[in-house]
Design a protein around this ligand. Structure first.
Ligand code: 3PY
Ligand code: MG
Length: 254
C-alpha cells in the first residue's frame, strides 16, 4: 500500500500536486519536492495515455503515488491508466451512489470489481502478475469527486459505498452547480463543502479538497478544517505565479 492510502487510513493529511501539463519532467520536479501524490489531470487537458505512461515511468524513483483524474466515470479510462501504473483514480462528477459503485468496481479486479487483468506495465508486463493481482484491490485508491449540488444531496448514499477511499471536492464545479460560479467564499458554497466534510466523517471516508488557487495558509486552513486528501494548486498556476513574481517590478529595468 502506498503512503497516500496509508496516511488517509491513519487520518493524516496527504498532500498532492496537480499536473495539467501532462509532462513527466514537471511531475518529477514536483515529486522530488516531496508531495505524497501527484495527479495527472486527464479531464480538462489534452494529456493522452502515452503521456500518462511517461509520467508513471518518470515517477518510478520517487516515493510518490500517481493518480489520474479521469474524464468520466468510465471503466475503459480507469483500466488504461491503472494498466499504465496509476496507484488510483479520481473520478469527476460523482452525483449518485450508483456512480460511486461503478467508480469502485472499475478500479478493482473481480470479485470486488470488473477491471480486466492484463500483462501490462502495472504488473511489470506479467512478470509480477500474481502479486499485483493479489494486492491491487487493497492498494488502489478510489477518490470520487463531489462537485455538484446533486452529489452533496446524495453525499450519505455516495460515501457509504464500500471501497470509496476519499471524497474530493471540486470547488469550482460545485459553485457553478449552485449558480455561484467561482464564488468559493460564498456562504452557500462553504456550507455545501461543510456538508460533504461532515458526511465523510460519518462514513469514515477521507475528506478531500482541491485548493486550486494555492497559498501555504490555505492548505493549513484546509487541514485545520479537517480535510486530509488535499491537492495543492496546479503546475500551470505555479508557473504563472513564479513568472509573474519574477517579472513584477523588474519589467522596465532592463
Ligand atoms: C473543480 O473545482 O471543479 C475541480 O474539478 C478542481 O479539480
Ligand atoms: Mg471539476
Amino acid at each position: 500500500m502506498g503512503q497516500t492510502k496509508r496516511k488517509l487510513r491513519e487520518g493524516k493529511p496527504a498532500l498532492g500536486g496537480w499536473v495539467m501539463t501532462g509532462h513527466p519532467v514537471i511531475a518529477e520536479l514536483m515529486a522530488g519536492e516531496g508531495f505524497d501524490w501527484i495527479c495527472v489531470d486527464m479531464e480538462h487537458t489534452a494529456t493522452d495515455y502515452a503521456s500518462f505512461q511517461s509520467v508513471a515511468q518518470a515517477l518510478g524513483r520517487y516515493d510518490c503515488d500517481l493518480l489520474a483524474r479521469l474524464q468520466d466515470c468510465d471503466p475503459v479510462q480507469a483500466k488504461r491508466v491503472l494498466d499504465a501504473g496509476a496507484d488510483g483514480i479520481i473520478v469527476p462528477m460523482v452525483n449518485t451512489a450508483e456512480q460511486a459503485r461503478r467508480a469502485v468496481a472499475m478500479a478493482k479486479f473481480p470479485p470486488d470489481g470488473i477491471r480486466g487483468v492484463a500483462f501490462s506495465r502495472a504488473s511489470d508486463y506479467g512478470r509480477g502478475f500474481q502479486e499485483y493481482v493479489r494486492d491491487h484491490n487493497a492498494n488502489v485508491i478510489v477518490a470520487v469527486m463531489l462537485e455538484h449540488i446533486e452529489g452533496v444531496r446524495n453525499a450519505d448514499a455516495i460515501l457509504s459505498t464500500s471501497g470509496v477511499d476519499a471524497a474530493f471536492i471540486g470547488p469550482y464545479d460545485l459553485s457553478c452547480s449552485m449558480g455561484l460560479p467561482g464564488q468559493l467564499d460564498h456562504p452557500e458554497v462553504i456550507s455545501a463543502q461543510a456538508e460533504i466534510l461532515a458526511a465523510c466523517l460519518r462514513h469514515g471516508v477521507a475528506p478531500g479538497l482541491h485548493v486550486v488557487q494555492v497559498a501555504p495558509e490555505r492548505i493549513r486552513r484546509s487541514i485545520e478544517q479537517g480535510f486530509r486528501f488535499i491537492a495543492c494548486g496546479l503546475d500551470t498556476e505555479f508557473i504563472i505565479h513564479s513568472s509573474r513574481a519574477i517579472l513584477e517590478g523588474n519589467r522596465d529595468n532592463g
